[in-house]
Design a protein around this ligand. Structure first.
Ligand SMILES: [Zn+2]
Length: 91
């Protein structure tokens, strides 16, 4: 993720950091809607593209907060389920 997030920062952070967080979240929600539509009736290629776009907006929002998503992910899920700490989850 670190490599993907820094790649997205190189492309968009200058532009995306000028937008409010609420606006960037709006774009994330719009991409999430496109992902849902693709999952329902899109081609395999469209589904892959919408997953990538949705992830890119999530990374942008994290970057604007100074959060490294890979670090955040491993901090939360390193030992397994975030609630029971088991892998696989036993909740
Ligand atoms: Zn669990």
């Amino acid at each position: 993720m670190k490599k993907m997030q820094s790649h997205i920062e190189d492309i968009y952070l200058n532009k995306d950091s000028k937008r409010s967080e609420a606006e960037n979240i709006w774009w994330l929600m719009e991409e999430t809607g496109e992902l849902l539509r693709a999952l329902r009736k899109g081609s395999d290629q469209e589904i892959k593209e919408e997953f990538a776009d949705t992830l890119a907006w999530l990374m942008t929002i994290a970057s604007n907060r100074g959060i490294d998503l890979e670090d955040a992910f491993w901090e939360r899920y390193k030992s397994g389920c975030s609630k029971c700490n088991c892998k696989p989850c036993k909740c």
